[in-house]
Design a protein around this ligand. Structure first.
Ligand code: GLY
Length: 356
């Protein structure tokens, strides 16, 4: 069993390991955890946010990826974040289907699950795919059966009252109109966006997700992304989050990048891989992230995806960390923030926007 924590400890969601080893920092490395803004918002009734827990664990000797997963478990389990894990907004049939992937820089591990049902914490299943199988991606029923076989609890329904009510409202307004007419390619998302304008859905949760990346005091880099995906998606739709190179990419020698926002725009451009490769070529985290946003903007040509100024109308953010611990959040639209935790504690910082 290649988990550094025992399976029982790890599956019990982030039991802290408190022995602080003597740490000799590689030259210039600054341990830090970054994530989408929800990583310093939700606490699931506890006292710590995702970035605070992950930073505490990784600076106390817990494996870098296990620390990040223990962090995102808080958000996955918190029903108030309707874009991730338990209580995530369901698909068009009212079923919560979750996506996640993770990468471990030094171990060169990668694993993901897509369209998994019944497991509140898909990031744990992604971790077990990475650590305990020869594969990188399991989907649908196979992923659920795998999780059951590996000892995780499978639940019949991950909806909460809130996510079910939002789905019922969406069905009342749209059925069956959310399938795009290939001749018109019109307003498939309009009902969802209108519901977010009316307060039924947090605007951040239409495509919401959490991505969390970290570098520990030994200079080891890892990342994890986990989501319930696009609200009211066609059942089986998979976005960018569980796809290596799109929703997340990690190279221990270079850094890590991950995303939240419109998955289709990211999938078309495989931006997390692009961002890491731009850093490999010498760009700063901010400039590398901006390069990816410009690529997405250049490849967004359909009118339904553009605003009145001819720019992408959707949100897409990247959270970027290099192998020294320098970091940036970049966003297609202005106003976004990202979460950071380092020796100065957890906080939100402004994302750099391509279109302010
Ligand atoms: N970025 C999350 C999704 O599109 O599914």
């Amino acid at each position: 069993m290649p988990l550094d924590l025992s399976r029982r400890e790890f599956l019990q969601a982030g039991a802290a390991v408190a022995v602080a080893p003597t740490i000799i920092l590689p030259q210039g490395v600054k341990p830090v955890v970054i994530s989408s803004g929800n990583g310093n918002q939700f606490k699931n009734g506890g006292t710590e946010t995702c970035v605070a827990r992950a930073f505490r664990l990784m600076t106390s000797g817990t494996d870098v990826l296990e620390s990040l997963i223990a962090g995102v478990n808080i958000v996955e389990l918190d029903p108030l974040d309707t874009s991730v894990g338990y209580g995530g907004l369901p698909n068009a049939h009212g079923i919560v289907q979750l996506d996640s992937c993770c990468m471990h820089g030094p171990k060169k591990w990668a694993g993901g699950v897509a369209s998994i049902e019944g497991v509140r914490t898909p990031s744990k299943v992604a971790y077990i795919v990475a650590s305990s199988t020869d594969h990188h991606l399991l989907v649908g029923k196979g992923a659920k059966d795998f999780a059951r076989n590996m000892g995780l609890e499978i639940e019949a329904d991950l909806n909460t009252e809130r996510s079910r009510a939002a789905w019922l409202e969406w069905m009342r307004r749209t059925d069956p109109g959310h399938y795009l007419d290939p001749n018109k390619r019109g307003d498939g998302l309009e009902a969802t966006l209108q519901m977010s304008r009316e307060g039924w859905i947090d605007p951040e949760h239409v495509w919401g997700t959490i991505n969390c990346n970290g570098i520990n005091p030994k200079g080891e880099v890892a990342g994890v992304t986990t989501t319930s995906g696009l609200a009211f998606k066609i059942p089986g739709r998979v976005g960018d989050s569980p796809i290596l190179g799109a929703g997340l990419y990690v190279d221990n020698a270079v850094g890590a990048a991950g995303s939240t926002g419109r998955g289709e725009a990211n999938l078309y451009n495989l931006c997390s891989y692009l961002v890491v490769e731009e850093m490999r070529r010498g760009k700063s985290p901010k400039d590398a992230g901006m390069e990816a946003l410009k690529r997405v903007a250049a490849n967004t040509v359909e009118k339904r995806l553009l605003n009145e100024r001819g720019r992408p109308a959707f949100g897409l953010n990247f959270y970027v960390l290099d192998a020294k611990g320098r970091h940036a959040g970049v966003a297609m639209q202005g106003g976004a923030k990202y979460a950071v935790c380092d020796e100065n504690g957890p906080r939100l910082e402004n994302c750099e926007a391509l279109f302010a």
